[in-house]
Design a protein around this ligand. Structure first.
Ligand SMILES: [Zn+2]
Length: 163
């Protein structure tokens, strides 16, 4: 497994997180690079990005810096949590073969929701149930409309826990 990282954010140990989650997600045979990047590098309207090259088994992940964090359309994303962003982007690697095209907007949205829910579920399994409680509290803070994505993510996590 190869990991290439630039750590630009003081206490953030992105290398350790990448090693951990590549192992959990069985992506050790992928050459993954991840780094903190500017909003311009990540792209307009996104907090992170992942470019996947399936032929070369190479992926490049960019996570927006804390300074640039926050997407106007999703005010419920208040807390900068690079581990969640990293896990979400890593999930795009095995899911890339099933990614809908840009024209199919409904499938693209459902695909993103699935990846986001799975990322939150994995983070909860790693950090414990208090993570889900925090998600639920945060979505209630922002109200149903704006907190819809998180409510759905939290609901998915809750349902997963009771099974
Ligand atoms: Zn995504």
């Amino acid at each position: 497994m190869r990991c290439q990282l630039e750590i630009l954010s003081g206490e953030l140990d992105l290398r350790a997180l990448l090693v951990k989650w590549q192992r959990v997600l069985r992506l050790q045979d992928w050459d993954v690079s991840a780094r903190i990047a500017s909003q311009q590098e990540v792209g307009v309207g996104a907090n992170a990005s992942c470019n996947v090259n399936r032929a070369l088994h190479h992926a490049t992940i960019r996570i927006v810096s804390e300074r640039d964090f926050g997407v106007p359309e999703f005010p419920e994303w208040r807390t900068y949590d690079p581990e969640v962003l990293l896990v979400h982007e890593l999930l795009h690697i095995p899911a890339d073969a099933f990614a809908p095209g840009p024209v199919d907007k409904l499938r693209a949205e459902l695909y993103e929701q699935f990846i986001e829910t799975l990322a939150h579920t994995l983070i909860e399994l790693s950090r414990g149930p208090s993570y889900r409680d925090m998600l639920v509290a945060r979505s209630q803070e922002v109200g149903f409309g704006n907190g819809k994505a998180h409510n759905e993510a939290a609901q998915g996590v809750t349902e997963e826990r009771v099974r």
